[in-house]
Design a protein around this ligand. Structure first.
Ligand code: AMP
Length: 426
């Protein structure tokens, strides 16, 4: 299947050609023809599936370039995502002549007001700043023909929904709505359902997500050993492009500092950092000047870097959806990747929820050669006979063999087993 068969016009095909995309991704294949036909869409797809092009290409075709009034509005939760959507749109705009501006908080108002005064076809916005600009009369949304709500579930989680609703009340009632969400909870559908007209529902099936290309493993470890284990893993696997996730901003800063102290170049990126600091950290990571980027969930969706080889969950995330998002930062653009998750005894329930969500059990791995300070976590060679002192969640059955790998711990018994991710075992 090529882009030629989706109904895109010559200029858009030319623009896509310049991006080097050989063929459409599943979400693009399904979304583009329906969106071109003017349908409202509910798309269930994660970042990394190609959803930006899925909504932006048909949108640009439906609003021919005529900079003046904003005719397409994309609302997205984070500055990083907004920046990426803007970059993509400007890239296409070089061929189609569409003009795009972006507005988000944490930076000065005047450049954004100026861009709006110049006139744009497409506005990409985070909800808070957009609402400020609308309320102050700097942004007229009365001519919007296409509305894209990106990462709707995340906007709900982050408490942006009241702002989004106020923004929607400034839009014309007659418009096309393209809604994208990584998860489609009844809550999201309830909130958004009433604004859509006969929407086509598109879902990129979970098994088609990049998760299949990611080798996942769990490292049981006591809380105080996590930093040392991280250093051990970086050293042992010679990691040079690794994204580490922590539960809090404070922990992200602390881990980055500890890495630095140990001679590993790292940078932290989270919601307390200014836009300039975040961009600087991302840029250093992209260029390879720092090899470890430590992040929190809020900013994770903005991290769109193709060649991250490893994601490390320093802490297991609170929700299974965040786990899927985090590990989806690796194995991008058709590559494979690995996700190492450290699990302290308190985090067992998080793992159970994650395994239920992904329909698989994740193998426990021993950190060979690592000196555990927390002796409870030391792998015990006799543990087949002696159940582990740490209570572990029930393991799935029928694990697959792993060619030539090191021994992995069986979660229930603490003994070793050759295993990888075992889909649908739980
Ligand atoms: P997104 O889900 O929109 O964040 O896209 C994730 C990544 O996939 C981006 O780096 C895009 O450049 C890339 N991408 C999107 N569509 C395609 C495609 N059809 N072929 C190859 N790469 C793509």
């Amino acid at each position: 299947m090529s882009f030629d068969n989706l109904g895109l016009d010559r200029r858009l095909l030319q623009a896509v050609g310049k991006l080097g995309y050989a063929e459409p991704t599943p979400i693009q294949r399904e979304t583009i023809p329906l969106a071109l036909a003017g349908r409202d869409i509910i798309g269930c797809a994660q970042t990394g599936t190609g959803k930006t092009a899925a909504f932006m290409l048909p949108t640009l075709q439906r609003i021919p370039a005529r900079p003046g009034a904003i005719r397409a509005l994309v609302i997205t939760p984070t500055r990083e995502l907004a920046g990426q959507i803007e970059t993509f749109t400007k890239e296409i705009g070089k061929t189609t002549n569409h003009r795009c501006a972006v507005v988000y908080g944490g930076v000065g108002y005047e450049p954004q007001r100026k861009a709006l005064r110049r006139g744009v076809d497409v506005l990409v916005a985070c909800p808070g700043r957009l609402l400020d600009l609308v309320n102050a009369g700097h942004c007229d949304l009365r001519h919007v023909e296409v509305l894209v709500l990106d990462e709707a579930d995340r906007m709900l989680d982050m408490g942006f929904w009241p702002d989004v609703k106020r923004i929607l009340s400034n839009l014309p009632e007659k418009r096309q709505n393209l809604l994208f969400s990584a998860t489609m909870s009844p809550e999201v559908l309830k909130v958004i359902g009433s604004t859509l007209t006969n929407p086509a529902q598109i879902s990129v099936s979970p098994t088609a997500t990049p998760i299949d290309k990611i080798t996942q493993s769990i490292y049981p470890v006591g809380g105080q050993d996590k930093t040392d284990l991280l250093l051990h893993l970086i050293d042992k696997h010679r990691l040079t492009r690794v994204l580490v996730f922590t539960r809090t901003k404070h922990r992200a800063d602390r881990v980055a500092k500890q890495l630095d102290r140990a001679g590993v170049r790292g940078a932290a990126i989270h919601g307390n950092r200014s836009q300039a600091q975040r961009e600087k950290a991302l840029d250093s990571f992209r260029r390879g000047h720092v090899k470890v980027l430590v992040a929190t969930d809020v900013v994770s969706r903005g991290i769109d870097i193709d060649d991250i080889t490893h994601v490390v969950n320093f802490d297991l995330p609170g929700t299974p959806e965040d786990y899927v998002h985090r590990i989806g930062r690796t194995a991008r653009a058709g590559r494979s990747g690995s996700a190492f998750s450290m699990m302290s005894p308190e985090e067992h329930t998080n793992l159970r929820d994650i395994e239920r969500k992904i329909g698989a059990t994740i193998a426990c791995e021993d950190a060979e050669g690592f000196t555990y300070k927390d002796k409870r976590m030391v792998p015990d060679p006799d543990r087949e006979a002696n159940p582990a002192p740490v209570q572990r969640p029930p393991a799935g059955s029928g694990r697959k063999g792993r060619p030539g790998g090191s021994a992995r711990r069986n979660r229930r018994t603490g003994g070793t087993t050759g295993s990888g991710v075992n889909r649908n075992a739980s």
